[in-house]
Design a protein around this ligand. Sequence first.
Ligand code: 1QQ
Length: 407
Amino acid sequence: MNAVNRFPALFATLAISLAACSQSNPGTTSSTASPQATGGSATGPIVIGIGVAQTSNVALLGQEEVAGAKIAEKYFNDKGGINGTPIKLAFQDTAGDEAGAINAFQTLINRDKVVGIVGPTLSQQAFSANPIANSAKVPVIGPSNTAKGIPQIGEFVSRVSAPVSVVAPNSVKAALKINPKLKRVATFYAQNDAFSKSETEIFQQTVKDQGLDTVTVQKFQTTDTDFQSQATAALNAKPDLVIISGLAADGGNLVRQLRELGYKGLIIGGNGLNTSNLFPVCKALCDGVLIAQAYSPEYPGVVNKAFREIYVSQYKKEPPQFSAQTFTGVQVFVEALKALDSKKKVAQIPLPALRVDLNKQLLIGKYDTPIGEISFTPEGEIIQKQFYVAQIKMDSDGNNGKFVFLK
Ligand code: 1QQ
């Protein structure tokens, strides 16, 4: 089928997903923080910025981050906020590109006067927007920035999203457990996306380390919808494992087109495919895709139990990784602010000093979060213990699906 025939399906899918996004997250496109409600003000809530993608293709990933942040805001305020002072989240939509992330970060820093930012959604955006926050001495916690080099952007940048180097190899090992005879690997990656380039390097190294053969490497763009030429070239190389590093819309279309062309082997999706928003794109053909996870809904910690219960009651499904990681980002800010506040009331600290103190404090804390017990290296890299692999299981009509965690 040609590109023209593909477009209506893609746009219909995106329209549905984005409409669902705006319905489930009303009123989150801009901040309602008043000028008084600043980090270091004597009165009013303490404002934490959330700069993630609420529009564009990347909202397929970012809308799960908004959900996690909102659950965290209510959860921590119900528990008394920062020793009695509530927190308030200021949301700014980064959309899907660098310019959007830069705009959102500038608004959060200069207008909303946040104490710190959880965001952006993509590593591709982080490499452009984080240096701005870093120069302004505003702490940034990456909820989903997994490319190599993120904490190294600067001293005010940390992340609660474990890097591709520790997460991605798990799915290759899981594929080998399912089919120990695997040998021939076709790798696909989005060449216009920093995360996808970083993740494919790890996948390709893991393939070597596991004694498998790379039979082809195919490139695409995250904006592509037609993958006929790459998929056909890859299938001519007779792979028995396909590995995809891209984002949800492109990744989902690639999965679908590989299956439509007759590919029957295992498929591994990278972190950009790690959302149930993939399901409307590849429908029943999403079935069987393996994706490594930095979160399990079954993690037994107290905070995860509470988070999971709230998420399930609100969304009628298990919480996804990106929601858990964004909740975790807010939690780190809240707990670091509480620790600071018990030494000196944060409301009395001028905002520039508070931002600097907060960054120092968050890096030395230990946190019991939905994604497990975590801490940070002095550089801001997350130290996390548990990782998992899930496999997508679709209903036969392709309308509903779930992530089944492998033992
Ligand atoms: C990154 C990612 C994204 C695909 C998560 C939304 O891991 O850009 O680093």
